[in-house]
Design a protein around this ligand. Structure first.
Ligand code: NAI
Length: 370
């Protein structure tokens, strides 16, 4: 198999889908082609890919002409569609909820896998790109907040007097939220966290944060069988808005990570709440790509409204491209190993496999996920 690793061209994307570590493993059974400069923004020079066994090709045209299996971070841009081979297999973060985009992959005759749809089962943990990248995003959100906040995070007792610890509120405690709590804790902040899923309470407490909660009405469930959050009732949302308002106006930093798969992000931090927050407070809206948890945040911008700095970067993992690529590339390698016979390296796509079935968007032009 000829495996290709292109340079990502989506604006702001600095990650790369393979590293010398994963190329070395792939090159034992396959030919690996890496586009010149593909790893540079993740601090991987071409020479390191070459030393790992890859052949460096000059441009995207040559790369896509060679690649039977394309390892990508983001989906194909319009200019790339014309370059791919008719028999290509594409693996990456393809935004599977965008149905029209998925149609374009099948119209082009490609076999395409969306890594966001890897099921959250224990066998797939080593392939779970959403977790590996959300973990990085959660960390970076706190670093950005600390940088934008004009005060200390830890409580300090100095000869010039005492400095109060920053108060951080984390809304949505999945993988990103848990890492945000852990990172803010390391910096010495006092943390509160909220999630619709009561199941996360124990995890929040074990990280040394306080869990604030809205009691669920009788018979109301917050979680799907897959462990994801559900859209909540109007009554719940009203109580939730009151609770968040009360906690946010006491906080210095609010980090929001709340997502509901396949739906717009829930609005948690309303304009009136931001307007009532302390001057100099910071909000990091990690849900900005899916509409945002705060209507005032703006995608890929830092804005100041009502004296509050709102940070809306949509691709935090790309801001830590070296580690993000290292983890993503390992997830990718573990996933594509499923596509081959272990010993011979022969391609074998087993559509009965739960992980393959979960991620397969189109196969040889057939739209599998409608
Ligand atoms: P996510 O990125 O889909 O959402 C982030 C958080 O937002 C979730 O905790 C969700 O409950 C919360 N949320 C949604 N609506 C909300 C609202 N209105 N108010 C407050 N919070 C709200 O979540 P992520 O990080 O992808 O995790 C989803 C689930 O998958 C979790 O149960 C997690 O423990 C589980 N998981 C399982 C893994 C495995 O078994 N391999 C690996 C990673 C996660």
């Amino acid at each position: 198999m000829q495996i290709g690793v292109p340079l990502e061209i989506r604006a702001g994307e600095r990650r790369v889908a393979a590293t010398p570590e994963t190329v070395k493993k792939l090159a034992a059974l396959h030919s690996v082609f890496v586009q010149a400069g593909a790893g540079l923004s993740a601090n991987i020079p071409d020479s390191e890919f070459e030393a790992a066994g890859a052949k460096i090709v000059e441009d995207a045209k040559a790369l896509y002409a060679a690649a039977q299996l394309i390892l990508k971070v983001r989906g194909l841009e319009a200019s790339e569609f014309g370059l791919v081979r008719d028999d290509a297999i594409l693996v990456g973060l393809l935004s599977p909820h965008e149905k029209e985009k998925m149609q374009t992959y099948s119209d082009r005759g490609l076999t395409a896998f969306a890594l966001e749809s890897i099921p959250r089962i224990s066998r797939a943990q080593s392939m779970d790109v959403l977790s590996s990248q959300a973990n990085i995003g959660g960390y970076k959100s706190v670093i950005l907040a600390a940088n934008a906040y004009g005060r200390f995070f830890p409580m300090l007792m100095t000869a010039a007097g005492t400095v109060k610890a920053a108060r951080v509120l984390v809304l949505g405690v999945g993988v990103a939220g848990l890492q945000a709590i852990a990172t803010a804790k390391r910096l010495g902040a006092v943390i509160e966290a909220f999630d619709v899923r009561p199941a996360v309470k124990e995890q929040v407490l074990s990280l040394g944060a306080k869990f604030v909660e809205v009691p669920l009405s009788e018979g109301e469930a917050a979680e799907t069988s897959g462990g994801y959050a559900k859209e909540m009732s109007e009554d719940y949302k009203r109580k939730q808005a009151e609770l968040i308002h009360a906690r946010a106006i006491q906080s210095d930093i609010v980090i929001t990570t709340a997502l509901i798969p396949g739906r717009p992000a829930p609005v948690l931090l309303k304009e009136e709440t931001v307007a009532a927050m302390k001057h100099g407070s910071v909000v990091v809206d990690m849900a900005v790509e899916f509409g945002g948890n705060c209507p005032l945040s703006e995608k890929d911008s830092v804005v100041e409204k009502h004296g509050v700095t709102l940070i809306g970067y949509s691709n935090l993992p790309a801001m830590m491209a070296s580690d993000a690529s290292a983890l993503y590339a390992r997830n990718m390698l573990n996933f594509i190993n499923l596509l081959f016979e272990a010993k011979t390296g022969e391609l074998k796509i087993d559509r009965e496999d739960e992980i393959i079935a979960g991620t397969l968007i189109s196969m040889n032009g057939e739209l599998v996920k409608k």
